[in-house]
Design a protein around this ligand. Structure first.
Ligand SMILES: NC(=O)C1=CN([C@@H]2O[C@H](COP(=O)(O)OP(=O)(O)OC[C@H]3O[C@@H](n4cnc5c(N)ncnc54)[C@H](O)[C@@H]3O)[C@@H](O)[C@H]2O)C=CC1
Ligand SMILES: O=C([O-])CC(=O)C(=O)O
Length: 328
C-alpha cells in the first residue's frame, strides 16, 4: 500500500510564486517522490485562474501527486493539513519596502492563523513566505493559540541561498563547498548575511575572502537588496527562486538539515543572541524530524552585533505597528 500522502496547503496558489511552487511540489521535490496532496487557497476572483493551473497540474501526470483541492475558504482548505505554505499576500512594487505591506497583508495572516488553529493536523508546520514574512508569521502564530509557536517560521532561505551564491562567485568555490551560512534578523534590507561563521571548503569564509570592504560594500548590500534588484529588472518580484527556497526550507524542516551544516530560518526567539523573546527573527538553525534548534555558542563580534541589533530593532518596530493595528 502506498504511504498516506503529505497534505500540503499553499495559499496564493494562483500567483506568480504558486505557478512555480505547485509544479515542484507535485513533482516530488519536497517529499522525495512520496505522495503529496495539494490544498490550494485563493481569493474568490482568482479561483478561475487557479482552475487553469490545476488543469496544467493534471496534464503533467505527476506520479507523486495524490490529489488537489482548491477553494476560497481557509477552514476547508486547511482541514487536516500537515504543512501550510502561506505565500498569498500582495507583493511590493518598485520603490516600496516590504514593511510597507504590513497593514495590507496583516489581515490575511490573522484570518489564516485562526483557521489553522481550528482545523490543521496536530503535527502541522507553517512556513510563511508572504511579506513582510517575519511579522506575518508572528501575526499568524499569535492568532493560533493552540499551535505551538515553534511550528511557525518565516522564509529567509532565499536570502541564505543568495548569500551562498554570491560567496561562491567571489571565491570560485562550488555552492556545495559553502557551508554554515547565516542570515540574521528580518527578511528585509536590514538583514545581516554573516560571513564570519560561514565556511568555504571548511575554511572560515571571512578569512578566505580577506576583504572587509567587499563584505561591507558589496556582499551585504547585494544580498540584502537582491529582491529590489529583481523587481527593478523583471518588473515583478522574485518568483521561481522564492518557490525554490520555500521548498528547500520546508524539506529541511520536515526531513532534517545536512549533518555538519546549518540553515537560516526565521523562528520565534527564545532570547538567544540577545534577540528579544517572542520576535520571529532569522537565526542559524539545525533541523531534525520537524523540529528546529538555534545553533548556540557562536561568537558575535562588534561588527556583527551592530548589524544584528539594527535588524532586530526593525522587527520590534514592526511588532509595535501590528500591535497598534490590533493584529496581535
Ligand atoms: N520571503 C521571501 O523570500 C519572498 C516573499 N515574497 C512574497 O510572497 C508573496 C507572494 O508573491 P507573488 O506570488 O509574487 O504574488 P502574486 O501577487 O503573484 O500572488 C499572490 C496571490 O495571493 C493571492 N491572495 C491574496 N490574498 C489572499 C488570501 N487572503 N488568501 C489566499 N490567497 C490570497 C492573490 O490572489 C494572488 O494570486 C508576496 O507578499 C511577496 O512579497 C516574494 C518573494 C520572496
Ligand atoms: O523583494 C521582494 O519584495 C520579494 C522578496 O521578498 C525577495 O525577493 O526577497
Amino acid at each position: 500500500m502506498s504511504p498516506t500522502p503529505l497534505k500540503v496547503a499553499v495559499t496564493g496558489a494562483a500567483g506568480q510564486i504558486g505557478y512555480s511552487l505547485l509544479f515542484r511540489l507535485a513533482s516530488g521535490a519536497l517529499t522525495g517522490g512520496a505522495p503529496i496532496e495539494l490544498r490550494l487557497l485563493e481569493i474568490t476572483p482568482a479561483l478561475k485562474a487557479l482552475e487553469g493551473v490545476v488543469m496544467e497540474l493534471d496534464d503533467c501526470a505527476f506520479p507523486s501527486l495524490a490529489g488537489v483541492e482548491i477553494g476560497d475558504d481557509p477552514e476547508k482548505i486547511f482541514d487536516g493539513v500537515n504543512l501550510a505554505l502561506l505565500v498569498g499576500a500582495r507583493p511590493r512594487g518598485p520603490g516600496m519596502e516590504r514593511g510597507d505591506l504590513l497593514s495590507a497583508n496583516g489581515a490575511i495572516f490573522t484570518a489564516q492563523g485562526k483557521a489553522l488553529n481550528k482545523v490543521a493536523a496536530d503535527d502541522v508546520r507553517i512556513g510563511v513566505t508572504g511579506n513582510p514574512a517575519n511579522t506575518n508569521a508572528l501575526i499568524a502564530a499569535s492568532n493560533a493559540p493552540d499551535i505551538p509557536k515553534e511550528r511557525f517560521s518565516a522564509l529567509t532561505r532565499l536570502d541564505h541561498n543568495r548569500a551562498i551564491s554570491q560567496l561562491a562567485a567571489k571565491t570560485g568555490a562550488a555552492v556545495t563547498d559553502i557551508t554554515h551560512m547565516t542570515i540574521w534578523g528580518n527578511h528585509s534590507a536590514t538583514q545581516y548575511p554573516d560571513l564570519f561563521h560561514a565556511q568555504v571548503g571548511g575554511r572560515n569564509a571571512a578569512e578566505v575572502v580577506n576583504d572587509q570592504e567587499w563584505v561591507e560594500s558589496y556582499f551585504i548590500p547585494t544580498v540584502a537588496k537582491r529582491g529590489a534588484a529583481i523587481i527593478e529588472a523583471r518588473g515583478s518580484s522574485s518568483a521561481a527562486s522564492a518557490a525554490s527556497a520555500t521548498i528547500d526550507a520546508a524539506r529541511d524542516w520536515l526531513y532534517g538539515s545536512a549533518e555538519n551544516d546549518w540553515v537560516s530560518m526565521a523562528v520565534v526567539s527564545d532570547g538567544s543572541y540577545g534577540v528579544p523573546e517572542g520576535l520571529v527573527s532569522s537565526f542559524p538553525v539545525t533541523t531534525k524530524d520537524g523540529d528546529w534548534s538555534i545553533v548556540q555558542g557562536l561568537e558575535i563580534d562588534e561588527f556583527s552585533r551592530g548589524r544584528i541589533d539594527a535588524s532586530v530593532a526593525e522587527l520590534e518596530d514592526e511588532r509595535n505597528a501590528v500591535q497598534e493595528l490590533g493584529l496581535i
